[in-house]
Design a protein around this ligand. Structure first.
Ligand SMILES: *[C@@H]1O[C@H](CO)[C@@H](O)[C@H](O)[C@H]1NC(C)=O
Ligand SMILES: *[C@@H]1O[C@H](CO)[C@@H](O)[C@H](O)[C@H]1NC(C)=O
Ligand SMILES: *[C@@H]1O[C@H](CO)[C@@H](O)[C@H](O)[C@H]1NC(C)=O
Ligand SMILES: *[C@@H]1O[C@H](CO)[C@@H](O)[C@H](O)[C@H]1NC(C)=O
Ligand SMILES: *[C@@H]1O[C@H](CO)[C@@H](O)[C@H](O)[C@H]1NC(C)=O
Ligand SMILES: *[C@@H]1O[C@H](CO)[C@@H](O)[C@H](O)[C@H]1NC(C)=O
Length: 597
C-alpha cells in the first residue's frame, strides 16, 4: 500500500495525470491527505525558523525547504485569497483587508466563496477542515452571510476576537460564536486542529486540514461588535506568548543587518523619509521580536503533535504536511516600525516547507515560488487536473520533478508583487504620517542573479541587485533635481556587465505584462512580451538586439494613487500589438519617467 502510494504521488506530481484505470481504482482507496499549517505574519528573513526545533526536526530535515517562496501581496487578506484561489490579487480583486476593497465581504462579493479550494476539493471527494483565522473582516455579524463554503468541519476565529490572545471568539460549523474569556487563543486553535485531524481520519475519506493560528500577529482587540461596518483596531501591542513560553530567548534581538535602523535613509517614497529610530524604539522593537519568537512556540509544539497524531493513525506516510505563513514581517529594517505591507524581502519572502510521500528529505530548493502557486501545487500532489484559470503553476515536490526543473533552464524566475493601500506600516504606531503605499514590483530569482524592481503610485522607482545587496540598501534609482527618476551604474548578469537603465527597461517590460496578467501569461510572461524569440529569462532578454524594442516600450506608471484596484489609476495596459515582433521594430519613446504628483 505504502509503495503504491509513493509511486502514485511521484507519478501524479510528474504531471502525467491520465492514470490508467486499474491503477486509479487502487489509488482511490489511498488518496493522499494534506495538513496545511498557516502561520500569520511569519518572516523567513529574520531567522524565526531557527527558533523552531520541531519544525527543523520534523519538516526541514524530513522534507524540502523552499527558501525563495514569496507572498505576492504582503498583507493577510489579499494574500490568503490568492493562496486559496491560485489567482493573483489583481484577478481576485480582493486587494485590501477591509471593504470596499477587501475582507470577507469583498471575497463574497467577488463570487469566490463558490470558487475556491475547499469547494473544488469537495467536488473531488475530499473532506476539508479549517480552524483559526480565515481572513480579515470575517466577524460575529457576517459569518453566516453566507457561511464559508466547502468545509466538512470548521471552527473559525472571528472579529472582534481574532487577534485577542486572551479573549478570542470562535465559531464552529454553523453554531453561534463562542467567547472564550481568559483562554489562550493559539492553544485553542491547536486543540481544535488536532481534533479535526482525528475527525478527518475517522471519516475515512481523504482530507485537507488547515490549522491557521494567529501566532505572530499583533495583540489587538477590535472595536465594534455592535457595528457591522467598523471592526477598527483600538490599541495594539506585541504578541502575547503562552505563560510556559514567556521567558524564553531573553537575549534574542532583531538581527543587526545593514538595513537595521541605518544611519542614512534607505528605500523609496515614504520609507526614504522615515526618521532614524531612537534607542527606546530599538529596545521596544527588540522586545516585539522576542514576543514573536515566544508566541511562535505554540505552533512549533503543534508540528510535533500533528506528526505524532498522523503516525498514531497510520496515515503519516500518506499525508503531506505543509508549513507556510500568509505574509512576512519587518522590524527596524529601513527604520520601519514593526509591520508588513512593504515590498522589501522581509515582508514578501515567507517560509514554505513540505514533507510527504515522495518529497526529498533535508533538501533546500531556491526556485522562485509564490503563494499563487500553492492551490495548483495542492491540486498537483492530490492528482487533480489543474484549472485553466490558475495564475500560478504547481511547485515540484519530488526529487525528480525538482531536479528536472532546476536543470531545464526554464524555471520561472519571477514573482509578481503588488499592493494597494494607505501605509499599513503605521498600524502599530500612531505617529506615522498617513501615506500612499500602492506599488507594483517584481522579484527576480535567477539561478545566478537576483533583482527587485518596483514602481510606486507616486512615481518612485527602485532597483536592487539582490546578489550583491541582499539588504536592499543601494537603490540604483535616484531623483534628479528636475524631478525625474533616473538610474545610474552597472550590474552583472552571468559575468556580463549591463547598465542599470537597460536592465530596468527589461524589468519594466516584464512588469508591464505581469501587472494585468491572467493564467498562462502570469507564469510565462516572456512568451507574451517576446513571442517566437525563445526568451524565457532576464539573461536572455538582455541581448543587445532587443535594446531598441525595450527602449521604446511603454513604461509602467500610475495616473494616481488608489487604495484598491481602480483600473484607470494604473496607467497603460499591455496589448499584444506591443509585443516584440522583430529586430526592426522601434516604437516612439515616451520620454523620461514622470515626477510623482
Ligand atoms: C492586548 O490587547 C488588549 C486590547 O487591545 C489590551 O487591553 C491588553 O492590555 C493587551 N495585552 C497586553 C499584554 O498588552
Ligand atoms: C519611537 O518612540 C517615540 C517615543 O516613544 C514614539 O513617539 C515614536 O512613535 C516611535 N517611533 C517608532 C517608529 O516606533
Ligand atoms: C532631468 O535631469 C536628468 C538628469 O540630470 C536629465 O537626464 C533629464 O534629461 C532631465 N529631464 C528633463 C525633462 O529636463
Ligand atoms: C563567472 O566567472 C567566474 C570566474 O571566471 C566563473 O567561475 C563563474 O562560473 C562565472 N559565472 C557564470 C554564471 O558564468
Ligand atoms: C496620495 O495619492 C493621492 C492620489 O494620487 C494624492 O492626491 C495625495 O497627495 C497622495 N498623498 C501623499 C501623502 O503623498
Ligand atoms: C475592484 O473592486 C473595486 C471595489 O469594488 C471596484 O471599484 C473596481 O472597479 C474593481 N476593479 C476591477 C479592475 O474590476
Amino acid at each position: 500500500m505504502l509503495r503504491d502510494t509513493l509511486f502514485l504521488a511521484t507519478f501524479l506530481a510528474s504531471g502525467l495525470l491520465n492514470v490508467p484505470s486499474a491503477f486509479a481504482l487502487e489509488a482511490s482507496a489511498g488518496k493522499p491527505n494534506i495538513v496545511f499549517i498557516l502561520a500569520d505574519d511569519q518572516d523567513a528573513k529574520l531567522n524565526s525558523l531557527d527558533y523552531m526545533p520541531n519544525l527543523q526536526k520534523q519538516l526541514v530535515q524530513k522534507g524540502t525547504h523552499f527558501r525563495k517562496h514569496y507572498c505576492t501581496v504582503a498583507w493577510c487578506c489579499p494574500s490568503r485569497v490568492s493562496l486559496w484561489t491560485g489567482k493573483a490579487a489583481h484577478n481576485t480583486n480582493v486587494t485590501n483587508v477591509e471593504p470596499p476593497y477587501g475582507g470577507y465581504p469583498k471575497f463574497i462579493d467577488q463570487g469566490l466563496n463558490d470558487n475556491w479550494l475547499p469547494v473544488w476539493l469537495e467536488h473531488e471527494g475530499y473532506n476539508s477542515y479549517y480552524t483559526g483565522k480565515l481572513m480579515n473582516y470575517h466577524h460575529v455579524l457576517n459569518y453566516f452571510d453566507p457561511f464559508p463554503k466547502g468545509f466538512a468541519g470548521s471552527d473559525f476565529l472571528l472579529d472582534p476576537g481574532t487577534y485577542s490572545y486572551l479573549n478570542p471568539i470562535f465559531q464552529r460549523n454553523k453554531s453561534p460564536p463562542v467567547h472564550h474569556t481568559n483562554e489562550y487563543n493559539t492553544d485553542l486553535v491547536v486543540e481544535k486542529g488536532l481534533g479535526f485531524i482525528e475527525e478527518a481520519v475517522q471519516a475515512k475519506k481523504p482530507f485537507f486540514v488547515t490549522i491557521a493560528p494567529i501566532v505572530l500577529n499583533t495583540n489587538i482587540t477590535l472595536a465594534g461588535e455592535s457595528s457591522k461596518s467598523s471592526p477598527i483596531a483600538q490599541t495594539s501591542s506585541p504578541p502575547i506568548p503562552a505563560p510556559r513560553h514567556a521567558n524564553l530567548f531573553e537575549d534574542a534581538v532583531v538581527p543587526r543587518t545593514p538595513s537595521f535602523n541605518p544611519d542614512v535613509p534607505s528605500g523609496a517614497d515614504w520609507i526614504a523619509e522615515l526618521p532614524q529610530l531612537s534607542p527606546e524604539n530599538v529596545t521596544f522593537n527588540d522586545l516585539w521580536y522576542r514576543q514573536r519568537l515566544r508566541s511562535l512556540q505554540v505552533i512549533d509544539e503543534l508540528i510535533d503533535s500533528v506528526i505524532e497524531k498522523l503516525d498514531a493513525h497510520g496515515v503519516l506516510d500518506n499525508t503531506y504536511v505543509i508549513y507556510s505563513s500568509d505574509n512576512g514581517y519587518h522590524i527596524s529594517q529601513h527604520r520601519l516600525a514593526p509591520g508588513k505591507g512593504c515590498g522589501i524581502e522581509e515582508d514578501i519572502n515567507v517560509p514554505l516547507v513540505v514533507r510527504g510521500p515522495g518529497v526529498p528529505s533535508g533538501k533546500t530548493v531556491d526556485l522562485a515560488t509564490s503563494h499563487t502557486d500553492l492551490a495548483p501545487t495542492f491540486f498537483s500532489i492530490l492528482g487533480i487536473t489543474l484549472r485553466d484559470d490558475f495564475d500560478g503553476v504547481p511547485i515540484p515536490v519530488t526529487e525528480k520533478t525538482i531536479e528536472d526543473l532546476e536543470s531545464s533552464g526554464k524555471a520561472k524566475e519571477h514573482v509578481q508583487v503588488e499592493f494597494w493601500s494607505k501605509s499599513t506600516g503605521q498600524e502599530y504606531n500612531a505617529d506615522y504620517p498617513e501615506v500612499n503605499n500602492t506599488y507594483k514590483a517584481i522579484r527576480i530569482v535567477g539561478s545566478s542573479y537576483g533583482f527587485y524592481y518596483s514602481v510606486w503610485c507616486g512615481g518612485d522607482h527602485e532597483l536592487y541587485d539582490m546578489t550583491v545587496d541582499p539588504d536592499q540598501m543601494h537603490n540604483y534609482y535616484t531623483t534628479s533635481s528636475n524631478g525625474t527618476f533616473t538610474t545610474s551604474g552597472n550590474v552583472k548578469i552571468n559575468n556580463h556587465t549591463y547598465s542599470t537603465s537597460k536592465i530596468s527597461e527589461r524589468l519594466d517590460g516584464l512588469l508591464y505584462v505581469l501587472k494585468t496578467c491572467k493564467a498562462k501569461t502570469c507564469s510565462e510572461p516572456w512568451a507574451t512580451l517576446m513571442p517566437n524569440t525563445g526568451v524565457t529569462s532576464l539573461a536572455q532578454a538582455m541581448d543587445s538586439k532587443y535594446d531598441a524594442y525595450f527602449a521604446g516600450l511603454t513604461r509602467v506608471e500610475y495616473e494616481r494613487c488608489e487604495e484598491g484596484y481602480i483600473a484607470d489609476a494604473e496607467g497603460p495596459v499591455f496589448e499584444n500589438g506591443e509585443a516584440y515582433s522583430g529586430a526592426g521594430m522601434i516604437k516612439k519613446h515616451r520620454g523620461p519617467i514622470r515626477n510623482r504628483p
